[in-house]
Design a protein around this ligand. Sequence first.
Ligand code: TYD
Ligand code: MG
Length: 451
Amino acid sequence: MHKSSIIFECTSCGGQSPKWSGRCLLCGAWGTLEKTLEAAVAKKEREKNTPSAHALPFSHIGSQDFPSVQTGMTEVDQVLGGGIVPGSLLLIGGEPGIGKSTLLGQIALSITTYTKKNVLYCSGEESGHQVKRRLERLATAHSPIPDALLFASETDVDKICATIREKKPFLAIVDSIQTIHTSDVPSEAGAVAQVRACTVKLLETAKTTNTAIIIVGHVTKEGMVAGPKTLEHLVDTVLYLEGDQSQCYRLLKTVKNRFGSTNEIGVFEMTGMGLEEVSNPSAAFLSKESSRMPGTAATAVLEGSRAFLAEVQALTTKTYFGYPQRRTTGFDVNRLQLLIAVLTKRLGVNLGDQDIHLNIVGGFKISEPAIDLAVCASILSAYKNKSLESGTLFIGEVGLTGEIRPVAQIEKRLKEAEKLGFTSAYIPKTDKKIESKLKLYPLKHLQEMEI
Ligand code: TYD
Ligand code: MG
């Protein structure tokens, strides 16, 4: 046998290496490298005998629509771009305990109730009794739980696929990918090689049976250990459920969607009876009482194709000991440091001896630069202990020289503010004419903002 035809493969991460070592260089696991052989001769033979793929021009390929089935949950359908496409493979990721099983339970109940289609719920994490108790809590609107909703407590992916082939449900839910395994791969459940092998099997089953499959994947705080990131390229749609667990709002986002637009967002509130859809998120994320307090500023952010309003709160206090503190919730602390530096240098505000805390109301995480102006306004307002004009919005990216840069889709943001009764807005100055009923204050530089 030719020497170069011997390779060593890690049973944990699937990484390959030409040499054996005690530890996998890719994932760091010990004693996982195993010899796999591929004879050079056999490889050559295979190359000779493999027939070529059938290539043809697009004009010979017919057009096919992807008829999606609505789940009956408006926000979910919007995020999915219409509904669930038969035969597609979806992945829903999120931290443990964020509400993935709750959301999928609701989707299963909604589909079985409204479309009368069969749904199979496979759980490797919870027993039938546990899932039933949750479903009963969620099912008040649908009670009793429809018989079209089947449950299997199973961790063997081959058995799950066999059940799907036998029962032919419209939708199968696999909760979660980290708990199921296949005997084809020697590593334990949850290892990257297992997760990948199980997903490939589910993908094949989805395509051959035309059953849509939703896979649940836990994302750990430390990173993406054996997590959904390794699967994103295999599946058709990737959704993430996010939110602060101590807060009640949850955001469902699409990161990838082969059947619709990405970056769609759905907003839910976790209640005693599961996730409730929030149809007017802007109102939810603005705190009414504090709108005239010093240190609060409203802004409009864009998430996917949707604009909604958010509120920034800042608190500045004199530093009595050591370095001034800068703390944030829902905002990048490095960006805050940068904006403080701009305010200090360009406006001459002495923030060097001030502790600054910044909070985005509602447990929201915002990374869009359009919020910069609101952050600056809230800090100045807190520092001067002066309330901002009520009903005013602050939109704009702040550059290092203190210049205000334009942001995308300003009119959409202003329209959302209009709906909620805002009357004026500070916006970046551009040559473009902006249509809005709000009183606009176009700015070129931070210095022009009167606080
Ligand atoms: P769960 O869906 O089990 O999370 P995941 O599958 O993502 O790990 O939900 C976890 C939390 O949701 C749990 O702490 C309890 C809470 N919850 C409610 O507040 N209301 C409800 O109606 C349900 C079903 C759960
Ligand atoms: Mg769960």
